[in-house]
Design a protein around this ligand. Structure first.
Ligand SMILES: Cc1cc2nc3c(=O)[nH]c(=O)nc-3n(C[C@H](O)[C@H](O)[C@H](O)COP(=O)(O)OP(=O)(O)OC[C@H]3O[C@@H](n4cnc5c(N)ncnc54)[C@H](O)[C@@H]3O)c2cc1C
Length: 546
């Protein structure tokens, strides 16, 4: 155990308010606090919301649930915690995941170190004192040796800049800021804008309530059926019995899940055999189909075979041929935008009260007081729902005025796109750690696995610094350069760069188009990070400065 600052530090540290400031209290911030406390470090977390949960606090829209299976989408750090919690469904609904995170906060008494309803507005590195000066929207100032950004990759909702949005006389909602009291759509004419993962979860639920639902679709989505089902005690028992092996598999897999890629190419598999495999994986549900064959992400012809299989399923499900056609993605390779996992999404278009409005040839012109006008018509609406996603990966970081050594601003440094070493830190910003930052597998993975890996790495690093009587760590520019080249090179070998996705920043006007997460895989990445640490934090400058 590391002694806390108040007991061990010398006079130079007397002005420290904390050893570490943590920004955010979702999966990442909570676990970071837990690890810091175990190290005996004094940590303060700031959270903009009035409770823990992050993603699962804000996204209370109907149908919201995880799309990585609940048993995998759980912390691994405490066996006691695992045994104290039972998931009720294969894909847990939002309320249950939020309850889980509240349970974690209570079980480990984490709330006492979290300042809720407090937004960090700036973080400035004071070079002379080797401290981060953190300022909040409540006027608080905290000095800390280290700062950990656990501020989330999908925590800044994006409302599209459609003209007239403020003139709408009805109610409007963003899925990422859903009212805690819920919304009753009964008897209402509802418009949903956005057909990504969130839209696909929401639409079937709203359709069950609304008088009429209009879905405004810019780009059709590839989606696989979740085949959600209740979990019984047997499921957890079976998972727990094999837990050690399963966890190792997840940690060393491509995506942090139990989908283990076979050494088998789509194109080298005979068509009948391929069909049999695709059909089996489709019926099992979930994302398995995306990770079975080894060439879907890199070979356009292989990808097209799988895309064709999914397109056929859409055609078989949706009764109206014109609607089926409009729902069928053809413009980008499957998997290069986040694959959706749905419950009755395509089936929903067979309902009489649901109308698809494809925008490809009938774009939105403006939102009016009473609805939405496209090039060819006007849709009268009582409610509008924006399922338009997030300013992903960099949004939350760049909302904060972060200034490093010499006053350099992170916004300036990342003007042409984020630059990091291992997604964990960025040159010029000493003692600043990012959890699941750009340049790490992050949103391409089961994020709980990736969050735990990062938090463990950061906590181990802090302990190593302490043990070696060091107090400053900073990525070296040339290692960052090399890492970014590696990240870009891998992305360039895949089909991912062919899609205008939020992984590329393409959903935000003016955002640089660079592929932000690391595609090398969770297992490979984990090994690289471990090697860097084992090699004395290769690529980082370490120092003791006071
Ligand atoms: C609808 C939805 C479904 C998802 N489903 C899955 C899934 O099935 N599997 C998966 O792996 N991932 C999924 N994700 C990704 C999900 O974001 C992560 O799995 C995980 O919850 C991220 O945890 P986090 O703690 O890193 O970030 P978050 O949960 O986003 O928490 C970050 C917190 O930081 C706070 N914050 C940010 N900036 C500041 C600031 N300046 N000051 C104070 N507080 C701040 C925010 O308020 C937020 O509470 C989903 C995301 C969404 C939006």
């Amino acid at each position: 155990m590391m002694p806390s600052v108040t007991h061990s530090a010398g006079a130079a540290d007397a002005a420290l308010d904390a050893d570490v400031v943590v920004v955010g209290a979702g999966f990442a911030g909570l676990y970071m606090l837990y690890r810091l406390r175990a190290l005996g470090m004094r940590a303060i977390a700031f959270e903009a919301a009035d409770d823990v949960g992050g993603t699962w606090y804000f996204n209370r829209y109907p149908g919201c649930r995880c799309d990585v299976e609940s048993l995998m989408y759980s912390y691994s750090f405490s066996e006691e915690l695992r045994r104290s919690w039972t998931w009720s469904e294969r894909y847990a609904p939002q309320a249950e995941i939020l309850a889980y995170l509240r349970h974690v906060a209570e079980r480990f008494d984490l709330r006492r170190d979290i300042r809720f309803s407090t937004r960090v507005v700036s973080a400035v590195y004071d070079e002379g004192r080797n401290r981060w000066q953190i300022a909040t929207d409540r006027g608080e100032q905290v000095a800390a040796r280290f700062c950990v950004m656990a501020s989330g990759c999908l925590s800044v909702p994006r409302k599209p800049g459609i003209p007239g949005v403020d003139s709408f006389a009805g109610e409007w909602y963003h899925t990422g800021q859903w009212p805690a009291a819920g919304v009753d759509f009964s008897g209402k004419r509802v418009g949903v804008i956005g057909t990504g993962s969130t839209g696909l979860q929401l639409i079937p639920q709203v359709a069950k309530q609304a008088r009429h639902l209009y879905v405004f679709q810019r780009t059709p989505a590839y989606s696989l059926p979740a085949k959600n089902r209740p979990l019984g005690p047997g499921d957890s028992a079976e998972f727990n019995a094999a837990y050690g092996t399963l966890l190792e598999t997840m940690r060393h897999s491509l995506t942090g899940t139990l989908h283990v890629m076979k050494d088998q190419s789509v194109l080298a598999t005979a068509p009948e055999e391929r069909e049999r495999i695709c059909e089996r994986l489709w019926n099992e549900g979930g994302a398995g189909l995306m990770y079975y064959f080894n060439d879907i992400a890199v070979d356009a012809a292989a990808n097209e075979e799988i895309a064709r299989f999914v397109r056929r399923k859409i055609k078989e499900t949706v009764k109206d041929p014109a609607t089926a056609q409009a729902l069928t993605p053809t413009e980008y390779p499957i998997g290069t935008k986040r694959i959706c996992i749905d419950i009755d999404y395509f089936e929903t278009y067979n309902r009489d009260n649901v109308t698809l409005v494809p925008l490809a040839h009938d774009p939105i012109e403006k939102i009016t007081a009473h609805g939405l006008r496209t090039a060819h018509g006007h849709y009268d609406l009582d409610c509008l729902v924006f399922a338009t996603g997030y300013d992903a990966l960099t949004g939350a970081l760049l909302q904060i005025d972060i200034r490093g050594a010499g006053g350099e601003s992170l916004r300036d440094k990342w003007q042409a796109g984020p630059r990091t070493y291992l997604g964990l830190g960025t040159a010029g910003f000493p003692n600043l750690f990012l959890v699941t930052g750009p340049g790490s597998p992050s949103v391409l993975s089961n994020m709980v696995v990736s969050i735990e890996q990062h938090v463990d790495w950061i906590a181990d690093c802090l302990k190593a610094l302490h043990d070696r009587k060091l107090n400053r760590i900073e990525p070296r520019a040339e290692f960052e350069e090399e890492w970014m080249n590696h990240v870009n090179e891998i992305a360039g070998h895949t089909l991912f760069v062919r899609a205008a996705s939020w992984y590329m920043g393409a959903n935000i006007p003016g955002k640089p188009r660079v592929f932000m997460p690391y595609l090398g895989g969770v297992g490979v990445y984990r090994r690289k990070c471990a090697e860097v640490a084992a090699d004395g934090y290769r690529g980082f400058d370490l120092a003791s400065v006071d």
